[in-house]
Design a protein around this ligand. Structure first.
Ligand code: FES
Ligand code: FES
Length: 181
């Protein structure tokens, strides 16, 4: 059985005729050719497939196409503004690049989407320990091979550009922090 599913994707309307049970992850990658969203575990554990659904981070490997009808999805391709010729990266993308926080192509897209939401939600404003808050809010985005220090630096810099220095946490482990969050 297939169903016509119509939803917003990165500000455009998309209609696909798919099984209502097809994973949003697969609809994005196979039907809409938005391959920035990656599959890691495929079972809701790693966060590589994170997209925003009505502005809320979700694991797209756990969302069925039929759940998306009439809703709005933002993928990593939708974070940048500007034009195709002159893209303007989201602040968190710029900081991930500038601070060496961009990791591999599997985990980075999900981290970027979740971190962008974290910045825009104002979750760090007024936080007594912003670094701990970033680690808590990115806890669903797993990297199995490096640490999170530079990612945290980048998110802090993007979310609190006039606030805490990214260097304030320099003592908490560097990139080789064993993956502790
Ligand atoms: S691929 Fe979806 S959470 Fe890992
Ligand atoms: S999983 Fe991407 S760098 Fe570790």
């Amino acid at each position: 059985m297939s169903l016509l599913v119509t939803f917003g994707v990165n500000g455009q309307i998309a209609s696909v005729e798919v099984s209502p049970w097809k994973r949003l992850l697969d609809v994005l990658r196979e039907d809409l050719h938005l391959t920035g969203t990656k599959e890691g575990c495929g079972e809701g554990e790693c966060g590589a497939c994170t997209v925003l659904l009505d502005g809320v981070p979700v694991n797209s490997c756990l969302v069925a196409a039929g759940q998306c009808d009439g809703r709005a999805v933002t993928t990593v391709e939708g974070l940048a503004r500007g034009s195709a010729a002159e893209p303007l990266l989201h602040a968190v993308q710029r900081e991930l690049v500038a601070r060496g926080g961009a990791q591999c192509g599997i985990c980075t897209p999900g981290i970027a989407v979740c971190a962008a939401h974290l910045c825009e939600s104002g979750a760090l404003v007024g936080a007594s320990d912003p670094r701990a808050k970033v680690r808590e809010l990115l806890a669903g985005n797993i990297c199995r091979c490096t640490g999170y220090q530079l990612v945290v630096d980048a998110v802090i810099a993007a979310a609190l550009p006039d606030g805490e220095s990214a260097e304030d946490g320099a003592g908490d482990g560097g990139r080789g922090d064993g993956g502790a969050r």
